[in-house]
Design a protein around this ligand. Structure first.
Ligand code: NAD
Ligand code: UGA
Length: 472
């Protein structure tokens, strides 16, 4: 049976749902695309006439939204009406690590996915194609099918897995030119027809040979595997960075040398203060949980090592700051350049900056933060959250208010600082007048470059006590 898709609805207007659907709407003007969310503020921001107020910052996003919004792209809180209207429904809700009960701290919390599936089943007037866009544990499609069958009033649904591989900060380029699109589905006649319907959508702009179709479970597990491999590369190079610092080798030279081997390749070998973002840690922990569930403890331990190495790297960075500042940062002004988990995004989820700040705050540092895109309230929310997760400490918000200052302008944040820590690789940091900054800092003027973005020899010539990552 051939499907004709006239309307798509996406549940979840977040970092994935928003940009992904905006690009589908841009490339498929004959399809109506609804993006719905239960968060009215988020939807209001997506509908704001001032495109600078979109809820997420992504280069190129404004232009895509401007082109399609109101034409065939609509943001709405009318979840039920939009479910009824669409032939194809994407589920793109958040799947955070569970913070309670069975699997706490490891498993993915699928409650929003389950709620979406139940809602679709309950109100869909006829069968639909349901597409998993969220990152999900392998075999989740089975649970979704079970719900749809049990509650779906006898309607026949098809479930597809279509994981998203975009990276934040480059979401629009990644969506316009994906390395591949992955679609998993049942291999019977109905399943293949549903796969074809989704292939036809992507084929509007993605060459057919880059659209990979697989069985459901392979598609679901490919997404977790891709993130685990990517994160593993970072933890591997970060592990080597620690050895570089002890031995006098330079981690960037090593990354260049090994990356020239075409079997290894040059990408994703930038040593750093540690990877952040909403997904790498969450997805690896989820993979570890699955391995334990399927009684594969050796496999679980292997992947858990990637997260442990990342925690070690963040801790090592904070400790180096404290050690270098004569074993205490109490009452000292430490300036943070960057708070987002990477450049060109306002997303701070699991940013290394949060964990480094926590360790320095535990030692009573006075932290002054400047980030070009992150809002003040978000920084306080992040810190309150990280304290709430630490059972060993009772949290006093007034202490946080007295130790943290957020700046709208960088030079003020750096004035009279004992040390500067670079936590995000924003390009603008490279353009600063470092000579001027040096004269305005306390001496010795320490710079801890958690992203290796500054020129070490220039910085040392200017008079800084400069410490990069993995620079022996
Ligand atoms: P997000 O938190 O930015 O967005 C999720 C949205 O879903 C929120 O706005 C929330 O209000 C909404 N939502 C939750 N339950 C709902 C419901 N029942 N009905 C309507 N709306 C509901 O999350 P995100 O970053 O977009 O991630 C979504 C999924 O995509 C996750 O599984 C994530 O692992 C995966 N993913 C994320 C990225 C990324 O770069 N952020 C990349 C690839 C995959
Ligand atoms: C990552 C993957 O790259 C995407 O393919 C995937 O879709 C997404 O996770 C997801 O599933 O959410 P994202 O987290 O947005 O994307 O950004 P990355 O560019 O992967 O960076 C993740 C973290 O690793 C950042 O903190 C970044 O600074 C760090 N990183 C990245 C390094 O420290 N070194 C590198 O060489 C690369």
């Amino acid at each position: 049976m051939k499907h004709t898709i006239k309307t798509i609805t996406c549940i979840g207007a977040g970092y994935v749902g928003g940009p992904t659907m905006a690009v589908i709407a841009q490339k498929c003007p004959e399809i109506k695309v609804n993006v719905v969310d239960i968060n009215p503020q988020r939807i209001a921001e997506w509908n704001d006439t001032d495109l600078d107020k979109l809820p997420i910052y992504e280069p190129g996003l404004k232009e895509v939204v401007k082109e399609a919004r109101g034409r065939n792209l609509f943001f709405s809180t009318e979840v039920e009406a939009c479910i009824r209207e669409a032939e194809m429904i994407f589920i793109s809700v958040n799947t955070p690590t569970k913070t309670y009960g069975v699997g706490k701290g490891m498993a993915a919390d699928l409650k929003y996915v389950e709620l979406s599936a139940r809602q679709i089943a309950r109100i869909a007037p006829e069968g639909k194609i349901v597409v998993e866009k969220s990152t999900l544990p392998v075999r989740t499609a089975q649970s979704i099918k079970t719900i749809l069958e049990a509650e779906g009033n006898g309607n026949k649904f098809q479930v597809l897995s279509n994981p998203e591989f975009l990276a934040e900060g480059t979401a629009i380029t990644d969506l316009h030119n994906p390395d591949r699109i992955l679609i998993g589905g049942d291999q019977d006649e109905d399943g293949l027809a549903a796969i074809q319907a989704l292939v036809d959508i992507y084929a509007h702009w993605v060459p057919r040979e880059q659209i990979i179709t697989t069985r459901l479970w392979s598609s679901e597990l490919s997404k977790l595997t891709a993130n685990a491999f990517l994160a593993q590369r970072i933890s591997s190079i970060n592990a080597i960075s620690a050895l570089c610092e002890r031995t006098g080798a330079d981690v960037d030279e090593i990354a260049h040398a090994i990356g020239a081997d075409t079997r290894i390749g040059p990408k994703f070998l930038r040593s750093s203060v540690g990877f952040g973002g909403s997904c790498f840690q969450k997805d690896i922990l989820n993979l570890v949980y699955l391995c334990r569930h399927f009684n594969l403890p050796e496999v679980a331990d292997y992947w858990e090592g990637v997260v442990k190495m990342n925690d070690y790297q963040k801790h090592r960075f904070a400790k180096q700051i404290i050690d270098s500042l004569f074993n205490t940062v109490s009452g000292k002004k430490i300036a943070f350049l960057g708070w987002a988990f990477k450049k060109d995004t306002n997303d701070t989820r699991e940013s290394a900056a949060i964990y480094v700040a926590k360790e320095l705050l535990d030692d009573l540092a006075e932290i002054h933060i400047y980030d070009p895109k992150v809002k003040k309230e978000q920084i306080f929310r992040d810190l309150e959250y990280v304290y709430s997760q630490d059972p060993t400490q009772s949290f006093d918000p007034s202490v946080l208010q007295s130790l943290i200052t957020i700046h709208e302008e960088p030079y003020q944040a750096l004035e009279n600082a004992h040390a500067i820590a670079i936590l995000t690789e924003w390009d603008e940091f490279k353009t600063y007048d470092w000579q001027k900054i040096h004269t305005r800092m306390l001496k010795p003027a320490f710079v801890f470059d958690g992203r290796n973005i500054l020129d070490a020899s220039e910085m040392k010539k200017t008079g800084f006590e400069y410490r990069g990552i993995g620079k022996g």
